[in-house]
Design a protein around this ligand. Structure first.
Ligand SMILES: C[S@@+](CC[C@H](N)C(=O)[O-])C[C@H]1O[C@@H](n2cnc3c(N)ncnc32)[C@H](O)[C@@H]1O
Length: 288
């Protein structure tokens, strides 16, 4: 099971009354359950780009039948979803970014030991996979992606090894790629040598940063006065976007920044759920 991150903190900030709430990253429905449980006068719209996530959430939310609508959609299309529901304003919006534990282990090539196809798509209907990038893109383009989206210091070295090896045979699995990176990476680091490359590929394959920018922008437009937006990020590129977005909207007088410093999980939460360690929560309240 995926353990929802910063669950108590999210509810405390996000829920300020009854109304419509949008969970833009429904996943297994951990946060959604908590939102629905908190008050009976809440209606929830859940969005996820991964069809399997919706099936799991449906199961987990069954007891709240009639109080939610779930959509397989990209949150960058939140406006289309809300218009299908006939909703013009909402009380709260949540983004809990990235992928869930279940997706990490779903055999889609997200983890280093995964012997399955180098896929990395959140939305299985999308065309681009990590396999295409690794086996078809130029060395220059691969290095660029690793540098820009993974801040990988050894991007050039890794890209050049990828291109050398794929001449012999395609690099087909996540494990093959992770092992290749380990073989050219300096020894002795604290994290797995493939961490930054995998992060870069996932971000690029799923256009994560572009979608986030669009989703935030559109989301805030639908927030009603005094409604709140909560965003949980897991790496610095995402956090930077959210921080700047909230600051920008604050300057424009549209949002009040509720988290001058991001909220991080307490030590007990990280002990219980190590994947929460890099989580940062930022929030804003609509002023107009
Ligand atoms: C960290 S999980 C959310 C977990 C959820 N809060 C819970 O408690 O179970 C992130 C979810 O967002 C989804 N996701 C990521 N990017 C998305 C996007 N652009 N549009 C819609 N869903 C997205 C992923 O498929 C994943 O299920």
């Amino acid at each position: 099971m995926h353990k929802p991150v910063l669950l108590e903190e999210t509810s405390k900030i996000l829920i300020t009354g009854g109304g419509v709430y949008v969970d833009c990253t429904l996943g297994g429905g951990g946060h959604a359950r908590e939102i629905l449980k908190s008050r009976e006068d809440i209606f929830l719209i859940g969005i996820d780009a991964d069809e399997t996530a919706l099936e799991i959430a449906e199961e987990n939310l069954r007891e709240f039948e009639g109080r939610y609508s779930l959509y397989k959609a990209n949150f960058k299309d939140i406006d289309a979803v809300l218009s299908m529901e006939g909703i013009s304003e909402v009380k709260g919006i949540l983004f809990d970014l990235g992928i869930s534990m279940y997706q990490l282990k779903s055999g889609r090539g997200f983890s280093f030991e995964d012997e399955s196809f180098l896929d990395m798509r959140i939305d299985k209907e999308q065309k681009l996979t990590a396999f295409t990038i690794i086996n078809e893109y130029s060395e220059k383009k691969i290095a660029e992606i690793l540098k820009k989206y993974g801040e990988e210091k050894y991007a050039q070295k890794i890209a050049s090894e990828i291109v050398k090896r794929r001449k012999r045979k395609p690099i087909e699995t996540a494990k093959e790629l992770a092992d290749l990176i380990s073989s050219v990476y300096p020894k002795g680091g604290k994290i797995h040598p493939a961490t930054k490359t995998f992060m870069a590929l996932r971000i690029y394959v799923n256009s994560e940063l572009e979608n986030l920018e669009i989703g935030l922008d559109k989301g805030v437009m639908y927030l009603q006065r005094s409604g709140r937006i909560v965003v949980i990020t897991f790496h610095s590129l995402e956090d930077r976007i959210v921080k700047h977005f909230i600051r920008e909207k604050e300057k424009e007088g549209i949002i009040k920044n509720l988290t001058k410093k991001p909220i991080k999980p307490k030590l007990e939460e990280v002990k219980e759920n190590p994947s929460a360690r890099s989580a940062k929560l930022r929030a804003g309240e609509k002023l107009v």
